[in-house]
Design a binder for this molecule. Sequence first.
Ligand code: CA
Length: 231
Amino acid sequence: MMQTILIVEDEPKLAEVLRDYLRHAGFKTFWIVSGSAAVPWVREHAPALILLDLMLPERNGLEICRDIRTFSSVPIIMITARIEEIDRLQGLESGADDYICKPFSPREVVARVRAVLRRTEGGASSPPVGLIMDQSRYQATLNGHDLGLTAVEFNLLQFLSSKTGQVCTRQQLMDSIYPDERIVSDRTIDSHIKKLRKKIALANANAEVIHSIYGVGYKFELQEESMPLSA
Ligand code: CA
């Protein structure tokens, strides 16, 4: 199957040259001019790689890159017109996999595209599977989807997931999210759990990960749903 390369570039001539070379090299291409259209397109179509211009009308490449990284680890090559930008971008941990400076030779771009695809092959271009908790940013992603948790929900999920397969009582959960021994009711926990489940369902409708254990509390279990059922 041909891999699709998305080109986000507002200079038509440049985009045209890239398309020609990439098609010649055996890739399918799709070209988007506007920064605001790029993210929704990527969500819909999951390209194999993105060539992303830094300076775009409406939204710059850096913002687009960060947005895409909240739901996908698709390889991104950032294109900038200033060589000194590259240092800055690398320092920012922009989320891009490689950087190319204008003016470039289209041949070089094709070589870089191939190199990045080789490097990231084997799952890196599809969203990571499972639950990833980033404590420094209070960010939890499930199968590549950012859950958008509050700090309390994050702590709750972290505690539950650290006890995978074990039943946690409401008291344990309360202690985990309110270490200052604040008095909170059982219903507070239940309402946090409810919101947490809703957010998990939004990210992945098939993932039933927080199970109620009647009269006791809750249990976290992440089931692998990716295996196809055999006949
Ligand atoms: Ca530009």
